[in-house]
Design a protein around this ligand. Structure first.
Ligand SMILES: [Ca+2]
Length: 219
């Protein structure tokens, strides 16, 4: 029994490495127009291959200094409208070959929607084909967002930040992210080598043998 516990404990320790920055963007000195609609992350964690942010096809990039924002979110009264009309900002993180990510947090500083921008935003991901709401935000000004996530065993993940507003229908406000000192949009988590089938099979074999030995000892 003790051996079984030790094996499980070691396996658990290997699987729970410390959370670190997987990718982080810095909008200082740029914007969605100057960057040509796509911006690579300023910081990539170890064994992260690439990360970039862009805007959905229904959004027009905006050139306000040191932001990542877009125009033409509205008229989009509901989340279903936003999904249908591609009203979102989008960012993607990809692990290096042979590695996988567990994403545990998203953080950013949402820009004040002002008098005309959308106040409702929803975060979804490619993990389930943009189906489930990972977070629902309602903005009343500049707002620091920090959302715990639990997306494990992923090689590439795209996040979509959908914007809509049931009240400001018919206006064309801006929405997106502001500049902070240092990183402005951050994805946190852990990166691990993808377990090889051979080592997984060995582990299963080892655990099976221990269980059999334990049962025999009980008799
Ligand atoms: Ca910054």
């Amino acid at each position: 029994m003790k051996k079984l516990l030790v094996v499980l404990l070691l396996f658990g320790m290997a699987a729970s490495a410390n959370a670190d920055v997987i990718a982080a963007w810095d909008f200082n000195g740029t914007n969605a127009v100057d960057a040509g609609g796509i911006l690579a992350a300023a910081v990539l964690g170890g064994n992260v291959q690439a990360a970039s942010i862009t805007v959905g096809s229904g959004i027009t990039p905006q050139n306000t200094a040191s932001t990542w924002i877009g125009d033409d979110w509205l008229p989009t009264a509901t989340l279903a409208d936003a999904v249908l009309n591609n009203k979102y900002l989008e960012w993607t993180v990809a692990a290096a070959a042979g590695y996988q990510m567990t994403i545990t947090n998203f953080a950013g500083l949402a820009r004040d929607p002002g008098g005309t921008g959308p106040t409702n935003f929803v975060l979804r991901s490619s993990v389930d084909g943009y189906t489930a709401d990972l977070a629902v935000y309602q903005l009343a000004g500049n707002q620091a967002l920090s959302t715990p996530l639990s997306l494990s065993g992923q090689t590439t993940v795209t996040f979509r930040y959908y914007g809509f507003d049931p009240v400001r229908v018919g206006t064309t406000g801006t929405g997106g992210f502001r500049n902070l000192v240092g990183n402005d949009l951050t994805i946190t988590g852990t990166i691990m080598a993808v377990p090889e089938p051979a080592s997984m099979a060995l582990l299963a074999l080892g655990l099976g043998a221990l269980v059999v030995a334990r049962r025999r000892a009980k008799r």
